[in-house]
Design a protein around this ligand. Structure first.
Ligand SMILES: *Cc1c(COP(=O)(O)O)cnc(C)c1O
Length: 401
């Protein structure tokens, strides 16, 4: 029987582990860039399930591919081959120019696999070559290894003992990285564009210099593109935008348009470190998830699709800059590129997000004071105007007198 929102909140409070700060609406269905709650209220979705619903909601080719695959074979284990998995891996290898792909079920698992293969590869050179350097304000996941890789103490506190061998540097600070690296460095792992930490893009030649330091110390460069990849930056991989190629790249969020999946892709050289039995997964890369990924991988890399992301992203950015000029005491900076954009506020953003929600738009606040926009990549300029209009009506109430 269909319950009221209040009944569902009560049930959740009683039975669900209270780890999420949820907004108090119950979502029921979606269409394109819109979602509807269980009272029929419509919202424009500029969070996209946290950068997941890249093709929007109920995208017909994705729905059809998932339904068709579900009717044939949802799962069969990795002890057998499937057409869907082989196709998805080939597409990722071709798009990345790297050598081998592996599928898991989430971002954290993708990074966990990347860390494992980097360690094993470096171990083959020198058993003490184990240092993994990541950035402050990064986000790499919630498993014990990936929360250790995450350079934010709030995610680590109370979960020790944590694995050894992780060190942190300020993002965009090449000097600090240079000081910390040695021939004992196994890998440098960075988000190409930091998402959860507040939408920070690489400055100048930072990533090229990181690549050069990795080459100098025979360390692997791992780009976590779980949030910034899959076309969000305007390139399929964000690293293409900065002219730097990693040894390993990780993907998840948008990769199957909402069906759980994660992937890490490595060079053929790094791939040599893993042999049968070194890694595995029961669900990862099952035909259902890969059928969904194949739709995304046939759609997002198309030049017209990526050009659309660039264009709408550029338009959105201009509109956000105009809001910053209008309310300089509230918005100090607009950051990001393509359709991963952030507005740095001078105060916590949660109240703004709540009021915007009340007016029918879903946006997000991350790092406490950054409004983050990671919408479906299919949004139109008119839809940008719709959200900017709602923002423009809410922001004045938050400007200090
Ligand atoms: C979301 C995210 C992760 C973790 O992905 P999960 O699927 O939640 O495990 C890792 N890295 C980055 C950059 C992310 O944005």
């Amino acid at each position: 029987m269909k319950e009221t929102a209040q009944q569902i909140f009560d049930k959740d409070a009683r039975d669900y582990l209270p780890v999420f700060n949820r907004y108090r609406i119950v979502l029921e269905h979606g269409e394109g860039a819109y979602v509807y709650d269980n009272t029929g209220k419509k919202y424009i979705d500029f969070l996209g399930g946290i950068a997941v619903n890249v093709l929007g909601h109920a995208y017909k080719p994705l729905v059809d591919a998932v339904a068709e695959q579900a009717g044939k074979l949802i799962h069969c284990s990795n002890l057998y081959y499937t057409q869907a998995q082989a196709d998805a891996a080939s597409k990722l290898v071709k798009l990345s120019g790297l050598g081998k792909a592996f599928f898991g079920n989430s971002g954290a698992e993708a990074n966990e696999g990347a860390i494992k293969i980097a360690r094993k590869y470096a171990h083959g050179i020198d058993p003490d070559k184990s240092q993994i350097i990541t950035a402050w304000d990064s986000f790499h996941g919630r498993t014990i290894a990936t929360l250790t890789a995450t350079g934010q103490m709030k995610y680590q506190e109370g979960f020790g003992p944590l694995p050894d061998g992780f060190d942190y540097v300020p993002y965009n600070d090449i000097g600090e990285l240079e000081k910390l690296m040695s021939d004992k460095t196994c890998a440098v792992m960075l988000e190409t564009i930091q998402g959860e930490g507040g939408v920070h893009t690489p400055e100048g030649d930072y990533l090229k210099k990181v690549r050069a330091l990795c080459d100098k110390h025979h360390a692997l460069l791992i780009f976590d593109e779980i949030q910034a990849g899959i076309g969000r930056s305007g390139k399929f991989f964000a690293y293409e935008k900065y002219g730097v190629k990693p040894d390993i790249v990780t993907l998840a969020k948008g990769l199957a348009g909402g069906v759980p999946i994660g992937a890490f892709i490595v060079t053929d050289e790094v791939a040599k470190a893993f042999h049968a039995g070194d890694h595995g997964t029961t669900f990862g890369g099952n035909p259902l998830a890969c059928a969904a990924a194949n739709v995304v991988l046939d759609t997002v890399p198309q030049p017209e699709f990526l050009a659309h992301v660039e264009e709408v992203g550029g338009y959105f950015r201009q509109k956000l800059e105009a809001l910053r000029e209008k309310y300089p005491s509230l918005i100090t900076e607009i950051r990001g590129t393509g359709l991963i954009l952030g507005a740095q506020l001078t105060k916590p953003g949660r109240d703004i997000v709540n009021e915007v929600l009340e007016k029918g738009a879903i946006i997000n606040c991350t790092a406490g004071t950054v409004l983050r926009f990671i919408p479906p990549l299919i949004i139109t300029k008119e839809q940008v105007d719709e959200v900017v209009g709602i923002l423009a009506s809410v922001l004045p109430g938050h400007v200090d007198a």
